[in-house]
Ligand binder design. Sequence first.
Ligand code: S3P
Length: 184
Amino acid sequence: MNIFVKKTKRLNSPKKIVLVGFMGSGKTTIGKRLANRLNLPFFDLDEAIVEQEGADITTIFETKGETYFRKIEHQKLTEILTTQSQFVLATGGGTPCFHNNMKLINENGASVYLKYSAPFLVSRLIASKINRPLIRNYNNNELKLFVEQLLSERESFYNESNFVVSEINVKVDDVLQALKIEIV
Ligand code: S3P
């Protein structure tokens, strides 16, 4: 397991844990398990947007466009970070890269980047691309090129996280170990 602790001073809100990472990095799955283990409420940013808009993510992208989606995403993120006292939050893969969201996240919580290589993410995304508007129309080769390009553009945002957990298959215990200095 590779855990890079980026910041060792006390976090502002150690019980506001925010998972970030590329599509397919397991933010929702790990987030739910982590919330369960820590007995904290779980929020999924995409789910919160779908609930508010009454439409799935693909429909929002298709009918209102990505700019609109990013605006709503920023609003929901702000709302959860500032009105909820403790939680585990799974963000969307693009969340850290728009509207200064990474700064907002780090000012209000403890961010954890679930880091995977492009080939690994591609292998995971092949099976689930249909529900993801940014990649649903790509064949496998186009998907590979797209993920490599977008990951290289986004990595600097993800790397602003307080913790970076990098494993072949990140487990809840890896994340807990990264956070241990702050929350146990
Ligand atoms: C996006 C990732 C998605 C969702 C939207 C845009 C992105 O979330 O927010 O489709 O820009 O990477 P997941 O990371 O949960 O797939």
